[in-house]
Write a protein that binds this ligand. Structure first.
Ligand SMILES: Nc1nc2c(c(=O)[nH]1)N[C@H]1C(S)=C(S)[C@@H](COP(=O)(O)OP(=O)(O)OC[C@H]3O[C@@H](n4cnc5c(=O)[nH]c(N)nc54)[C@H](O)[C@@H]3O)O[C@H]1N2
Ligand SMILES: Nc1nc2c(c(=O)[nH]1)N[C@H]1C(S)=C(S)[C@@H](COP(=O)(O)OP(=O)(O)OC[C@H]3O[C@@H](n4cnc5c(=O)[nH]c(N)nc54)[C@H](O)[C@@H]3O)O[C@H]1N2
Ligand code: SF4
Ligand SMILES: [Mo]
Length: 749
């Protein structure tokens, strides 16, 4: 019997625990891990194909350097590290370290590299960063900061217990977003006492199961949500006691919704007024409501405003800080990163708002393609594929070409790696210790540190080793600092803890390098090559200090540093993941960060936009009559983690979905070919006719259009969605893109 080994799925933020069997360097069998405290044996169909990631034909096995003719040559690691370090320092000396942009730091299954990358950034003086969160969640984070006092006061739903579950621009049947999504959706859907509400222009798989489907006109959620709020106020359905006890500014909310005409807004979002009223009443009378907002509103017009209105919906009805409602969760470590010392609150060239330390993805090309003296001059890109995932791929390629130096750390020859000056091959997520900080659950929150299944593919290195070598080559690591810590580590973790925290306070220059210092010192004493996970030790301590009561409730004991040590021990040995905090509902109130502990209901910055809805023009551009949602999650999409198109058993080409009436009037057949044209580009695509879409709405999947080595050179299958998008199509406030709302034209091809 082959052995089953515990790891996690790396394809979405839920990171279900899985068990795998291996044959040589292959992942041969996959099943859900019943011992994983959150996923409990659940897994969807996608991880069964994980070998397409592990053994992709375009895995990188040597550092690459671009030649003058544009092609790449293989070079050895020492040369690569030396030249990259020299060139970054030269950029720093010529233009200032703040002109070096860091992009990425982790994907759906790996976040350790971002922590180690911080040390390299500090050594180079790089202070500006961005990643995919700045094209989905930053607007929501900013709203959280206004309402609850800090952007890290992030709310999470409790769908297991919620009497009413609302999905707003979110299709959890395919995209998940909470543990065991399909099981929980079925439970809610089957239970006559519970209600499933979906707000989505498409009749998604989730909408099919719903009690109420508000099939909004694309891009009109702000109208739908303000109408729901206005109904709550008009029919006196708000939770007056909750508002009185916990909120400031209710009168301001009433005032800013004063001009809402429920009838007119219902017409504009194309949801019957009676249905809006029924749904508002259902939400108001439920014992608990959980809401999940996602890309359908975050990557569409009024993105930040939508996040605000969504939160008002559960706040005015008192579904915050209660079982089955929305709560402020703990976290094993921060996802966003936060502002670097030395960074301005806005981007250096365009003055765009930086939220949770991230420059809006859509403005990155503008921060490069200019002669402004503060423009970015170089970039370090790690575990991200921005040429494919950011709006306007064409312009992203131009922007990268304009930089003096682009270094990409990836496992595969991605679209972005193809634009680099140097490419460094990372070991895969199954060849090193790895973890994510998608620890967003309440009341039980789970963290899993995964051990490697394989040795590194020859020629590759784990990111931590790459960063440690870069630091040394930059002259940023001093053995005189490390020796005493190595000596302390040799005496055991307790001795090390004292020495380490003392060293950080005595030698402030070590602080930004702490993750690599841990790797080089404590790391050497950890069992099973776990040096790669050394930074997790410090995170365990921070977590224990931040949430001592919740960590104790999860079963850990000890005073002072003992609590963090106990947590780290459990994490290091708990192959199936560890419940690290158990919360009671009072914790939500303790996590509030406003000065008086009350919720601020009014966000001044968004009131103008809210009141302006009434006068917003309804006419779209006549030459682009369709709205394209570019990047739909489907059964056979997984960002750009699976690159080999052979993994798609169905929908091999990633069809354009279109309503039957639209297809008929354009003379397009099911399985035929259509031409889609946007302001930016024109592409051909296969077609799937489906009545799940409204007339005028078309969709294309995410993650297609990758270049992958075939029998006759590189082949591209399907449409890369961001060849069609424009970087100006973005939220005025947070800069989040309108990927779900691209104006388009369709013709038979
Ligand atoms: N299978 C699969 N799962 C994934 C991923 C994957 O690639 N494949 N990626 C993961 C990632 S990174 C993320 S962020 C999540 C995203 O998860 P989701 O946000 O659920 O994914 P999408 O399918 O992009 O968009 C959700 C819904 O928004 C709807 N929508 C479009 N326009 C509008 C609108 O104007 N209003 C409203 N209300 N809805 C609209 C679409 O019809 C769609 O059903 O998925 C994660 N899970
Ligand atoms: N038009 C449109 N654009 C979108 C979206 C959309 O819906 N529509 N969705 C957006 C969203 S929500 C997201 S999250 C982004 C996702 O886009 P990105 O943030 O660019 O992430 P991925 O596509 O997941 O790519 C991750 C990269 O990491 C590499 N990789 C995998 N494992 C490792 C590893 O262990 N180490 C290193 N160094 N590299 C590794 C992969 O090969 C891949 O190149 O796309 C965004 N772009
Ligand atoms: S839900 Fe997400 S993490 Fe879980 S198996 Fe499916 S893709 Fe993987
Ligand atoms: Mo995402």
């Amino acid at each position: 019997m082959a052995e089953w080994r515990q790891t996690a799925c790396i394809l979405c933020s839920i990171n279900c625990g899985i068990e795998v069997q291996t044959e040589g360097r292959r992942i041969s069998k996959v099943r859900g891990d019943k011992a994983h405290p959150a996923s409990q044996g659940y897994a969807c169909e996608k991880p069964h194909q994980l070998d397409f990631y592990q053994n992709g034909r375009d895995r990188l096995t040597s550092p690459l350097r671009r030649r003058n003719d544009g092609s790449f040559e293989e070079i050895d690691w020492d040369t690569a590290i030396r030249e990259i370090a020299e060139k970054f320092l030269a950029v720093r000396d010529r233009h200032g370290g703040e002109t070096i942009l860091y992009y990425g730091g982790g994907g759906q299954g790996n976040h350790l590299c971002g922590g180690y990358g911080r040390a390299t950034r500090a050594a180079m003086g790089s202070v500006y960063a961005s990643n995919a969160l700045a094209q989905e969640k930053t607007g929501e984070f900013w709203v959280d900061g206004q309402l609850f006092g800090r952007p890290s006061c992030h709310t999470t739903g409790d769908f297991e217990r919620a009497e009413v579950a609302v999905f707003l621009g979110k299709n959890p049947w395919h995209s998940h977003g909470f543990p065991r999504a399909r099981v929980v959706l079925k439970e809610i859907s089957k239970d006559p006492q519970r209600t499933l509400i979906v707000i989505d222009p498409r009749r998604t798989e989730t909408a099919e199961m719903a009690d109420f489907h508000l099939q909004v006109r694309p891009g009109t959620d702000a109208f739908c949500l303000s109408a729901l709020l206005a109904i709550l106020i008009e029919e006196e359905l708000v939770d007056a006691q909750f508002i009185e006890q916990h909120c400031n500014g209710y009168d301001g909310v009433v005032e800013s919704l004063r001009d809402v005409s429920i009838a007119d807004y219902s017409r504009r979002c194309d949801v019957p007024e009676e249905l809006l009223r029924t749904v508002a009443r259902r939400i108001a009378t439920a014992s608990s409501v959980s809401i999940f907002e996602d890309l359908g509103i975050q990557q569409a017009p009024h993105s930040t405003l939508n996040s605000y209105l969504e939160k008002l919906l559960f706040l005015l009805t008192g579904n915050f800080g209660v079982a089955g409602g929305m709560n402020l969760h703990s976290r094993f470590a921060n996802l966003g990163g936060g502002r670097s010392p030395g960074a301005a609150p806005v981007s250096p060239v365009g003055g765009h708002r930086i939220i949770t330390g991230l420059i809006p993805c859509n403005v990155i090309p503008d921060e490069i393609l200019t002669d402004h003296p503060k423009r970015f001059r170089a970039a370090l890109i790690e575990s991200a594929n921005p040429v494919h995932s950011l709006a306007d791929s064409q312009r992203m390629r131009e922007a990268l070409a304009a930089l003096e130096l682009v270094v990409v750390i990836d496992v595969a020859m991605s679209e972005t790696a193809r634009c680099a000056d140097y490419v460094l091959p990372a070991s895969s997520q199954f060849e090193k210790w790895e973890a994510t900080f998608f620890t967003l659950e309440f009341p039980h929150n789970v963290f899993q540190l995964r051990a490697p299944l394989f040795d590194p593919l020859p020629g590759t290195l784990p990111e931590v080793e790459i960063h440690a070598r870069l630091l040394r080559a930059m002259g940023a690591l001093d053995d005189a600092d490390l020796e005493p810590l190595r000596a302390a580590a040799a005496k055991g973790r307790a001795a090390f803890a004292g020495a380490f925290f003392a060293a950080l306070s005595e030698k402030p220059h070590l602080k930004p390098l702490a993750s690599i210092v841990l790797y080089e010192t404590l790391g050497r004493t950890l069992p099973d090559r776990a040096a790669e996970a050394a930074a997790v030790w410090a995170l365990a301590h921070t977590c224990a200090m931040q949430y001592p009561e919740s960590v104790r409730r999860a079963g850990f004991t000890g005073e002072g540093l003992e609590l963090g040590e106990a947590l780290f021990d459990a994490v290091l040995t708990g192959a199936s993941g560890v419940t690290f905090t158990i919360d009671d509902y009072e914790e939500t109130w303790r996590r509030m960060a406003t000065p008086d502990g009350r919720i601020n209901l009014v966000i001044e910055e968004l009131v103008g936009e809210l009141r302006g809805l009434r006068d917003e023009s309804e006419a779209g551009p006549a030459d682009f009559p369709f709205v394209l949602s570019a990047g739909e999650r489907r059964s056979f999409t997984a960002n750009t983690i699976y690159r080999d198109p052979a993994w798609r058993r169905k929908d091999a080409h990633g069809a354009l979905r279109i309503n039957p009436d639209d297809a008929a009037s354009l003379g397009i057949a099911d399985g035929g070919t259509a031409r889609v044209t946007t302001q930016r580009a024109s592409v051909e695509t296969t077609v799937e006719i489906t009545d799940t879409l409204r007339p005028g709405h078309i969709t294309l999947p995410n993650g297609l259009g990758l270049s992958y080595p075939g029998t006759a050179g590189d082949e591209v299958r399907g449409v890369a969605p961001n060849e069609l998008t424009s970087s100006e199509d973005r939220d005025w406030f947070a800069g989040t893109p309108w990927h779900k709302h691209v104006r388009a034209r369709v013709e038979a091809a």
